[in-house]
Design a protein around this ligand. Sequence first.
Ligand code: FE2
Ligand code: FE2
Length: 214
Amino acid sequence: MNRNSSRSDTLIHQFDTVLRTLVPHAAQASRSSPATPEVHDDPMDEEECRHAAGLMRINHTGEVCAQALYQGQGLTAKLSAVRSQMREAAREEIDHLAWCDERLEELHDRPSLLNPLFYAASFGIGAVAGGVGDRLSLGLVSATEQQMGRHLEEHLVELPSADRRSRAVLRQMAIDEAHHAQLALEAGGARFPAPVKFGMSLMAKVMTKSVYRV
Ligand SMILES: [Fe+2]
Ligand SMILES: [Fe+2]
């Protein structure tokens, strides 16, 4: 009975997380957005707004993937310390998700229609890595966070110079992702060999190319 109820609790929690991640405006940030009312954009034309929204849509999908990855790992990780660390990190990623969502709305745009697809793929990768072992699982977190960090740095350069509000969000996200990457390595994450990292960056390219517009 207890086992059944804890299993159904887990299922309900998982389902709740899926909805909060995929339904626009459902994610609740615990920290307010770094794009505070004091941060103002310079005027942007239609093309600049569209470009900024495309980049923020990519970042939003990146956060959807992070949520799914942490969820998948949390489900199969062997050590409870790792499991709770994954949950804690996933909670921090919710802030990023909500901030990107808010910014997309300000730019009169929407999250990617492909998000359910990327959620499912990332959840699967996370669950497999968690099942294989904590060292691989934490290594995957670290490598993913480093990759996110590189994307954020590129986007900080690519954003229209007038877009100060998106930039404020991305700067804080870059600080947080670097911290997550470091934590995962310190917790015993494996350093991935170059070919694995290359495969990951190819996958990220597919994501960024498709999500920029769709
Ligand atoms: Fe994040
Ligand atoms: Fe992160």
